[in-house]
Design a protein around this ligand. Structure first.
Ligand code: AMP
Length: 432
């Protein structure tokens, strides 16, 4: 199926083909005609599915089809996102796909000067992409008028609620024209009861669109767990990056402090690395991301919130240096790789403290993630008393860990992983 059949205008089709896209992704196939039809949607789609183009393309078309009133340009489409990075990326997409259309867009978020944003808004903006906090600052100063918004998009709504934005969202909704007067598009990777409540309030007979979760169906992401002692994680990570010659790896930690420390240690190990998290200035975050995308930085260490919505084309490796506290975050994290048809690898370095988190993740995924003990990095047997993987891990060859050999005799009740994946080199695959 090609983009031609979706009802998009020539200017948009041209921009799409300039991007090199040949066919729409499932969420685009389903969402574009419905949005062009003026209907509300409730879409379950993660980052990496092509959802941004899925709402941006029809939104651009609808706005360009109805002429702007003469004089001041009111904001006609508002896209709310949870993070600055996602806001910046969405606006990039608006600019890219709308490059042949006479529409103006702007992005506003906190952490940067407000005056250039005010100036931009004053000159007139058709499509505004914003994070809720800074948008409300503008509304408070009356530097933005949202009374003419025709299309509202809540992108990554689950994350906005996780980040405590529900009150801000309500305040923004109060500034928009009445519900019947606008089209509402809600995108969320997960559907909690809070999301359903928000959807009930906001959406008018929405069309439900659900596309397959990448982690359960698109087998483009190879997932693996490496059990390892907590204090040897950094050494193992440096070893993996160096010995496998990874050029671009996104690493997740749970805390800002851990992200800083790990980036510094990796740097000392000779691996160019930077950290991004909420305490970094916007300038530092933008620089780190640009360095990482251009290949100057080999490792980007990020917290969940900072990494939310990052779109890095063809990112080959994601490492969970620490598992997330919330299982859904695992899904978001590994969604950074294996995007738009490319293969990716998601690896988790898991110590004994994290077994419960791992079980919660596997429960959410409804499958087990293969466990592979790396030679020389078998976890301490005392710690490993709670079996995360079973025996045949060759630890006898990995420096005489008697305990691990003993462990292998405990493995009878556990099924062996019979088909280690190709290309695992000196790893031996075992599965819980
Ligand atoms: P998103 O889910 O919106 O974050 O998009 C994920 C990635 O897919 C982005 O890098 C897009 O540029 C890319 N993409 C979006 N639509 C298509 C398409 N139809 N064909 C190929 N790549 C696409």
């Amino acid at each position: 199926m090609s983009f031609d059949t979706l009802g998009l205008s020539a200017g948009l089709l041209r921009a799409i083909s300039e991007q090199g896209y040949t066919e729409p992704t499932p969420v685009q196939r389903r969402a574009i005609p419905v949005i062009l039809d003026g209907k509300d949607i409730l879409a379950g789609a993660q980052t990496g599915t092509g959802k941004t183009a899925g709402f941006t393309l029809p939104l651009l078309q609808r706005l360009s089809a109805s002429p702007t009133k003469k004089g001041r340009r009111p904001v006609r489409a508002l896209v709310l996102t949870p993070t600055r990075e996602l806001a910046a990326q969405v606006e990039d997409s608006v600019k890219t796909y709308g490059r042949h259309l006479p529409l103006q867009s702007a992005v506003i978020f906190g952490g940067v000067k407000i005056n250039p944003q005010i100036e931009k808004l004053r000159r007139g903006v058709d499509i505004l992409v914003a994070t809720p906090g800074r948008l409300l600052d503008h509304a408070g100063q009356r530097t933005v008028d949202l009374s003419q918004v025709e299309i509202l998009v809540l992108d990554e709504a689950d994350r906005m609620l996780d980040m405590g934005f529900i009150h801000d969202i309500r305040r923004v909704l109060a500034l928009l024209p009445g519900n019947g007067a606008r089209q509402n598009l809600l995108f969320s990777a997960t559907f909690s009861s809070e999301i359903k409540q928000l959807a009930d309030r906001l959406l008018n007979r929405p069309v439900l669109i659900e596309v397959a979760r990448r982690n359960t169906t698109a087998e483009l992401i190879q997932q693996v767990v490496h059990p390892v002692d907590k204090r040897r994680k950094r050494e193992l990570l440096s070893h993996l990056i160096g010995s496998r010659n990874w050029r671009q790896v996104l690493v997740f930690t749970r805390t800002k402090h851990a992200a800083n420390r790990l980036a510094q240690q990796l740097d000392k190990d000779g691996l160019s690395a930077a950290a991004i998290h909420g305490n970094k200035s916007q300038g530092a975050r933008t620089r780190a991301l640009a360095g990482f995308k251009s290949g100057k930085l080999r490792v980007l260490v990020a917290t969940d919130i900072a990494a939310r919505g990052l779109d890095i084309d063809q990112l080959p490796h994601v490492v969970n240096y620490e598992l997330p506290n919330v299982p859904e975050d695992y899904v978001h994290r590994i969604g950074r790789t294996g995007r738009a048809g490319n293969e990716g690898e998601a690896m988790s370095l898991v110590c004994v403290d994290e077994h419960k988190l791992l079980r919660d993740i596997e429960r959410l995924l409804k499958r087990e993630i293969p466990k592979v003990v790396l030679e020389g990095y078998a976890p301490d047997p005392a710690i490993r008393a709670e079996p995360i993987q079973n025996g045949r891990n060759g630890a006898g060859r990995s420096g005489g860990h008697k305990h691990v050999r003993r462990k292998s005799s405990d493995s009878r009740s556990q099924p062996q992983h019979r088909h280690p994946r190709p290309g695992q080199g000196r790893k031996r695959a075992v599965q819980a």
